[in-house]
Write a protein that binds this ligand. Structure first.
Ligand SMILES: Nc1ncnc2c1ncn2[C@@H]1O[C@H](COP(=O)(O)OP(=O)(O)OP(=O)(O)O)[C@@H](O)[C@H]1O
Ligand SMILES: [Mg+2]
Length: 277
C-alpha cells in the first residue's frame, strides 16, 4: 500500500519560515489529518507534497522513492491528487463537465470517462447538480466537485485542503463516511481541516502543526490529550506548570488571544476564515 513520507521539510518565504523541519507520514488504508491554526503551514506543506512549492530543505518520499524534485504532473501519474483550499473548478462548465474533463485526462488507465464521471456523480451525491454551472452551486457542493475531480484519476494518495467548509452538518456527516470508504479502498487520505468534530471522528492519525513546526502526532485521543496541543490550541494551562508555580516559563499573553477556545469556523463562503483549528 501507498506510503507518503515527508521528512524534515522546511519552506522559507524570505524571512518567514512557513514550514520548519516538519516530518509527517500518511499510509494507505488510513485517514491522516494535518491540523493547526491559520498560517501554521498546512497548505504550504501540501504544495510541497504535490510539487507546487520547492522546499528549502528536507525530502518527500512516495513508497520509498524520493519525489522531492519530481514535477507536479508526474506526481499525478504516480497517483497523487489533491483539492485546493481556493476552488479551482471551471466556472462556466457544468458540474458534470468539470468531472468529465478530469476523467478524460486519465484515459491511459483504460477507464471509460463517461462511466467514471457518472459513477463519481452518484457516489458523491451530485446528481441534483450535474447539469448546473460550477459557478452557480453552493460552496459546499463546489468542494464536492473538486473532490470528484481529484478522484477521477483514481489516486493512491488523496490530499484534501479544507474540503468540508461550506457543507451542512448532514453533508459533513456523509462526507466523513466517504472519507472512511476511500481509506477502506486502500487509499492514503491526507486531510487539512478546521472542523475538529469531523477530524476526531474520521482520522486514524493526526499531525499538529504550529507556526510551521510539528508539535504532536498520534491518534485523535492522544492528540486531544497532548498537553502541548491543549496549551497551544485550547488555551489550557499546562498541568505541570500549575503544579510547579515557581517555573519561570510564563505564558505570554500577547502570543494568543485570551479567549482561545475551540471555535469552529462559520460554514460560510470564505474558506480562509478559520477559528483556532
Ligand atoms: N507564497 C507565499 N509567499 C510568502 N509567504 C507565504 C506564501 N504562502 C504562504 N505564506 C506564509 O506562510 C505561512 C503559512 O501559510 P499557509 O497558507 O501554509 O498556512 P495554513 O496552515 O494553510 O493556514 P490556513 O489555515 O489559514 O489555510 C503564513 O505565514 C503565510 O503568510
Ligand atoms: Mg491553508
Amino acid at each position: 500500500m501507498t506510503r507518503l513520507d515527508v521528512r524534515e521539510v522546511t519552506v522559507r518565504f524570505g524571512g518567514v519560515t512557513a514550514v520548519d523541519k516538519a516530518t509527517i507520514s500518511a499510509d494507505g488504508g488510513q485517514v491522516t489529518a494535518l491540523i493547526g491554526p491559520n498560517g501554521a503551514g498546512k497548505t504550504t506543506l501540501f504544495n510541497v507534497i504535490t510539487g507546487l512549492q520547492k522546499p528549502t530543505g528536507g525530502k518527500v518520499f512516495l513508497d520509498g522513492d524520493d519525489i522531492t524534485h519530481t514535477p507536479t504532473h508526474r506526481r499525478a501519474r504516480h497517483g497523487i491528487a489533491r483539492t485546493f483550499q481556493r476552488l479551482e473548478a471551471f466556472g462556466s462548465l457544468t458540474v458534470e463537465e468539470n468531472i468529465r474533463v478530469a476523467a478524460d485526462a486519465v484515459r491511459a488507465k483504460n477507464t471509460k470517462p463517461a462511466q467514471v464521471t457518472r459513477g463519481l456523480i452518484q457516489r458523491i451525491g451530485l446528481e441534483r447538480y450535474a447539469g448546473a454551472r460550477a459557478d452557480s452551486v453552493p460552496t459546499g457542493v463546489a468542494r464536492l466537485v473538486e473532490l470528484a475531480r481529484a478522484l477521477a484519476i483514481d489516486p493512491e494518495l488523496l490530499l484534501l485542503d479544507e474540503p468540508s467548509s461550506g457543507l451542512s452538518e448532514a453533508e459533513t456527516e456523509s462526507f466523513g463516511e466517504l472519507l472512511r470508504d476511500l481509506a477502506a479502498q486502500g487509499r492514503a487520505v491526507l486531510i487539512v481541516e478546521h472542523d475538529m468534530g469531523l477530524i476526531m471522528r474520521v482520522s486514524d492519525v493526526i499531525h499538529v502543526l504550529d507556526r510551521g513546526r510539528l508539535i504532536a502526532s498520534g491518534t485523535p485521543a492522544e492528540v486531544q490529550a497532548d498537553p502541548l496541543v491543549r496549551k497551544a490550541y485550547l488555551g489550557e494551562e499546562d498541568p505541570d506548570e500549575s503544579e510547579e508555580p515557581a517555573e519561570t516559563e510564563e505564558p505570554t499573553e500577547s502570543e494568543e488571544p485570551a479567549d482561545s477556545t475551540l471555535v469552529m469556523p462559520a460554514a460560510d463562503d470564505e474558506p480562509e476564515s478559520g477559528g483556532w483549528f
